[in-house]
Ligand binder design. Structure first.
Ligand code: BGC
Length: 268
């Protein structure tokens, strides 16, 4: 049987009805975790993903919540804890873009992006931390009382013109994660981030769907290929497992080298 380092653990993945979140949900399930597939709007996709995981023998359920809304987040956690008793792994993944030239950016575009990408991580991490602190470590399940993984972006480091709201949200995720890691360490709750580069998903379709766009994108990726959701899924399984028990407060860049200033390979 496949290596299942997350056997017996209960996980919640936000924004899991497509893209990176779907890839993470499937990877955690394959690694033995029970998985809540959270979605904001796409109920059909979330239920299909949960059903497919169940057909593969994984305990899965789809739960709706707009992560930027406190009442909906609290209700989702209540439902999960009622059904499964606790939470061991939170993957704060839900994120979106509302791109605009800065001078034209509306307050609505700013607020939606900050609300989901940053406030959503605060609200979900707070609910998860409350339960993990209450329960503490169960050595037969994991060496940690819980694992919180934030899906950030290379844009927590790389500035991004035309995407000021998005880059600001990811810069916020960086210090949210680090400060949370500092505060929750005494409870043995591990907090880390994954910073994906260009991963082939609906959020960046325009960057890969034509050969010209893909060629331009690949100039930014030294490793020479676009990433896939499973690249992030595998990293999430490792960060959620005891194999990374001494990794805490770190951002793991999974980006094919996008943060290596590729233009400097032939200049400077
Ligand atoms: C963005 C994508 C982009 C990638 C690399 C991600 O955080 O959501 O649209 O392709 O960063 O720039």
């Amino acid at each position: 049987m496949a290596y299942q380092p997350l056997r017996g653990q209960k996980a919640l993945v936000t924004g899991a009805s497509s893209g990176i979140g779907e890839g993470i949900a499937r990877a955690l399930g394959a690694a033995g975790a029970s998985v809540v597939v959270n979605y904001g709007t796409n109920a059909d996709a979330a239920h299909r993903i949960a059903d497919e995981m169940k057909a593969d023998g994984v305990d899965a359920m789809a739960l709706r919540a707009d992560v930027s809304r406190e009442d909906e987040v609290r209700e989702m956690f209540r439902e999960m804890l009622t059904a499964w008793g606790t939470i061991d792994i939170l993957v704060n993944n839900a994120g979106l873009q509302r791109d605009a030239p800065f001078a034209e950016m509306t307050l609505e575009q700013w607020n939606v992006v900050l609300g989901v990408n940053l406030t959503g991580m605060f609200l979900c991490a707070r609910e998860a931390a409350r339960e993990m602190i209450r329960r503490g470590v169960r050595p037969e399940v994991s060496r940690a009382a819980g694992k919180i993984i934030c899906i950030s972006s290379v844009h927590e480091q790389i500035p991004w013109a035309g995407h000021v709201n998005y880059a600001a949200s990811k810069g916020g995720v960086k210090l949210l994660m680090q400060s949370l890691a500092q505060e929750l360490a005494p409870y043995r709750i591990r907090v880390n981030s994954i910073a994906p580069g260009a991963i082939q998903t609906p959020i960046n379709r325009a960057a890969w769907e034509t050969p010209e766009a893909l060629a331009a994108l690949l100039k930014l990726i030294p490793y020479g290929r676009i990433g896939l959701p499973e690249d992030i899924g595998k990293a999430a399984v490792w960060l959620a497992s005891d194999d990374s028990d001494y990794v805490h407060g770190q951002t793991l860049f999974v980006d094919g080298g996008m943060t290596l200033y590729p233009e400097f390979a032939h200049g400077g």
